[in-house]
Design a protein around this ligand. Sequence first.
Ligand SMILES: Nc1nc2c(ncn2[C@@H]2O[C@H](COP(=O)(O)OP(=O)(O)OP(=O)(O)O)[C@@H](O)[C@H]2O)c(=O)[nH]1
Ligand SMILES: [Mg+2]
Length: 476
Amino acid sequence: MDLLNDQKPLNALLVGIQLPKVSESEMKASLAELSRLVTTLGYNVIGETSQRRQSERKATVFGEGKLKEIATWTGGTGVVGPTFVKKKHKAALKFKKDDDEDDFEDVDLDADLDYSEEDEDPSDLGTATPAKKEIAQVIVVDSELSPSQIRNLESATGAQVLDRTGVIIEIFSRHARTRTARLQVEIAKLTYVAPRLREVGGGEDRGGGGIGGKGAGESNIELDRRKIRDRIKELKKEFTSIAQEHDLRRSRREQEITVALVGYTNAGKSSLMRALTGSDVLVADKLFATLDTTVRILYPETKPKILVSDTVGFIKKLPHDLVASFKSTLDEASNASLLLYVVDVADPTFRSQLEVTRSVLNEVGASGIDNILILNKVDKVSEEALAALKEEYPEAIFMSSLNEEHVANLRLHLVKHFETAMVDQNLFIPYDVQGAIGDIRAKLRVLEESYDERGVTLKVRAHADDVKRIRIRYGI
Ligand SMILES: Nc1nc2c(ncn2[C@@H]2O[C@H](COP(=O)(O)OP(=O)(O)OP(=O)(O)O)[C@@H](O)[C@H]2O)c(=O)[nH]1
Ligand SMILES: [Mg+2]
């Protein structure tokens, strides 16, 4: 992980494991996305390659031929050292997180590695050729690897090896700004890093020496791991207390109408939030710009007011530790009155991105909530493509969050959406009832008013519950 903090840009080679169910174009799209992620971290991507494999769990990850090809990019031997392939390391243990904070259980991340050989398809080999003198110092594999797999690849390539999960966690870690986001990221990061700890300085054999005796390296690692466990416990405790504050704030909002913007990273959620609420949330052409939930009022304000919340974006193969850590942030979505699924329609993979969004939201229990599909960034697609999309998604709202007219239409659509659940009622307020008129004007939409000698009659359009609350409060 140290290399990630290095100042000068390092060259990276991206490598994909193409599983049987993955098509050629899906593999390409996934590598293109990985390239954006890796560039976000400041690396210089110099090439990409992939290999078809039956599983992601091969001990050497790729076949002999592929490893040799990768080594031409890195200057390595292309051969996994004999002490590596079948060697299991104590440090490969991960402690399973449990709801009961004191109960950590060791789980071996290398347990289900497959040590068998697999034939290589010659058409996969040699497709990548390094440009002159360009050497990759880093290999980024588009999957999650076990600690032994990382070690084996490093042995064959002589380069630093990162996996997709590590890359995503690092980006989250750099973009986290608020205390909540930082805590969540740090918990996820430590959970990811702990089992991958190893001795620095190539002392990978130190832990294995002597029957029954612990090598110096191993005990150091164990010590570090215990420190990490303690730190995670501490962070979780701190987080629980913050989470309670958040819950409190959320339950105060429960009476209010909230619209949550959800969707893949970079879809344009924050841009839409800005446009709808006139706020200045961060908009950036980078992945995972937003890691916290922000809540603002729909502008111009409606009565009752509509709250809009912006949430963390999703990505394919979102590391599980991150989903768990960000669950409370996503709770914002599961408590919303309406979800806006924001999609970047100019991205050729938007359909699978929508799938990812749906499945993560299912996981956090937000699947039953009303939703509207927003196909955003229409300014980036051709007229013909747009016409075809309109047939494919007749229900969707097509728009650009950069277009004021489109945004105004969406606002109107939202207002109407909530109004259909409203009823028109007459409220009679005798002159001797104090405060009621002001309260009603602040909270409900008043359509008409008429006065007589006994009091005021207001015709309001509002949710039946809200009207009932006012009636009870003022006895009217
Ligand atoms: N052309 C075009 N670009 C847009 C549109 N909406 C957003 N963008 C751009 O897309 C990029 C990402 O926008 P954000 O609003 O930060 O995306 P996000 O969904 O909040 O992304 P994360 O916070 O990373 O999840 C920015 O460069 C925006 O300017 C649009 O309608 N058209
Ligand atoms: Mg954002």
